[in-house]
Design a protein around this ligand. Sequence first.
Ligand code: B16
Ligand code: MG
Length: 223
Amino acid sequence: MIRGALFDLDGVIVDTAKYHYLAWRRLAAELGFGFSEADNERLKGVSRMRSLDILLEVGGMQGRFSPQEKEEMAERKNGWYVEYISRMTPDEILPGVLPFLEEVRADGVRTALGSASKNTGIILARLGIGELFDAVVDGTMVSRTKPDPEVFLKCAALLGDVPAGECVVFEDAVAGIEAAHAGGMYGVGVGSPEVLKEADLVIPGFAGIEWTEIRNQLNTIRK
Ligand code: B16
Ligand code: MG
């Protein structure tokens, strides 16, 4: 029986990846190299500092900067990113997300948001959906990033100690599905089955997807 539904933010509730991309590309341009959308795929679900390391690797600049210089670069990128997301509107919520969340809640299942982003609070406020989650755990509250299960285990604890085996995680990143499984939870992939091979179930997005369908399918898989 599922009693907790845990949602990733970027790539599941909203597509903030495009704003991360604009900001990282701006930093790459300042450093004198290009950064493609394909390169940006490698940053999804990855922490801010790990993203910077990948960016510098793409530009062939790894190992050239001190930890303090890297902190400054990450902060500059974040300043631009915050500028972009501060203009977001509720119509950027991905299709089908709102009715799905409402159906989950109406079924008596508790909901939580588990994101690696330290900017989760700004995004939720811009989208006006904070009250649809019984708990929120973001990048400011965890010390280990996905695929470590810390973020989702904290969500389950905040939901009132819902056992991990009764939680399902909705994730667009491979590392997120790994985190769900490492925590003993079900992992539903949001995206392509070729990428999210380890997921218990994969959906393309929430449009036209019914919670009861997902719940019934998960109940046939023993945790
Ligand atoms: P910030 P998620 C992740 O969000 C993004 O997918 C990833 O690209 C980003 O680097 C990370 O948050 C940290 O974000 O710089 O805002 O703290 O998918 O875990 O919701
Ligand atoms: Mg994500």
